[in-house]
Design a protein around this ligand. Structure first.
Ligand SMILES: Nc1nc2c(c(=O)[nH]1)N[C@@H](CN(C=O)c1ccc(C(=O)N[C@@H](CCC(=O)O)C(=O)O)cc1)CN2
Length: 289
């Protein structure tokens, strides 16, 4: 391995810059940016992610408003809350933590969030901008975090074979669109793909987002590839990624660790999206600050 793609340290440096920006803007009399975080139910992992997101907001001076609704919340109650957040001018971004309890239709909830406040980038208007390569929409946080990480380490994507394992709504599908936007040749493998190794072995850049611990073995990776691991699974006391890091690391040019790779970049991308929502809401232009 030549390079460890260190999302933790890149995140710290981006968050320092965000903090400086927020301090500067508030010292000039503007209000602080704000993010409303909505959590429905008691999924333990979601609780941890939400706690981390709120802590990250507070550290950079973004106000976080937290709405914790019970597991048996009725759909209209959640939609009413979102409607009131949509019309509250002091709220810049709205995030509904996924997954939602089974009785709540995810699509209906996502559609109810104002695209201007959709800092997760899941609303079809923002996904559409990703398809059409229109600047100014919100890019989903994990794909944006990966893009920033690859850019920071000067990993060029133009004409490269990017193979994504996992076609989920939060990572795989929007990431494929973003990689296409970066002029990569993109292949997406999913649960019905036969013999994924034939694809992964051809990847210049292999990105796995399945949540299956150690799915990606040494013989599935091309020599000198860049490997990005989005998976996080708890196995006993251990946190494992999708990639068998110890056996893969000396075969590749660059690889992300788990933890400390893509995870912190996801949260940092959320802070950047919230800042973007704030600047658009406050009508701030680049020259203003
Ligand atoms: N509304 C959303 N819901 C969900 C999203 C999302 O982007 N928006 N993504 C995932 C979970 N997720 C953020 O919500 C997330 C997962 C993991 C991490 C992270 O920092 N991981 C650490 C390891 C943490 C551990 O030890 O368990 C790391 O990789 O270093 C951040 C965010 C589903 N839901």
């Amino acid at each position: 391995m030549h390079i460890l793609l260190d999302g933790k340290s890149l995140s710290e440096s981006i968050r320092d810059q965000i903090k400086t920006y927020v301090e500067r803007i508030t010292s000039r009399g503007y209000r602080e940016p704000s993010l409303a975080v909505v959590l429905v139910g008691d999924d333990p992992a979601s609780h941890i992610y939400v706690k981390n997101k709120r802590k990250a907001c507070e550290r950079v001076g973004i106000k976080s408003l937290f709405y914790h609704l019970p597991q048996n919340t009725k759909v209209p109650e959640l939609l009413d809350l979102i409607a009131s957040l949509n019309s509250d001018e002091s709220v810049d971004g709205i995030l509904v933590q996924l997954p939602l309890p089974q009785h709540i239709p995810q699509e209906e909830v996502i559609l109810s969030i104002s695209p201007k406040k959709d800092v997760d980038g899941f609303h079809p208007e923002n996904m559409g901008k990703l398809v059409a390569r229109i600047e100014g929409g919100f890019i989903p946080c994990t794909p944006l975090g990966i893009d920033l990480l690859l850019k920071h380490y000067n990993i060029d994507l133009k004409g490269k074979n990017v193979v994504i394992v996992g076609a989920g709504f939060i990572v795989g599908r929007p990431l494929a669109l973003l990689m296409l936007w970066r002029d990569a040749t993109v292949c997406v493998c999913h649960i019905h793909t036969k013999d994924i190794t034939q694809y992964t072995k051809k990847a210049d850049i292999l990105i796995s987002a399945t949540g299956v611990p150690h799915l990606i073995k040494r013989d599935m990776v091309k020599e000198g590839a860049v490997v990005v691991d989005v998976g996080i699974s708890k196995v006993g006391e251990k946190v494992l990624g999708d990639v068998d890091f110890e056996r893969v690391k000396d075969k590749v040019y660059a690889i992300t660790p788990v933890p400390g790779g893509v995870g912190p970049m996801t949260v940092t991308a959320l802070l950047l999206n919230t800042l973007q929502a704030y600047r658009q809401n406050m009508n701030l232009k680049d020259g203003d600050l």
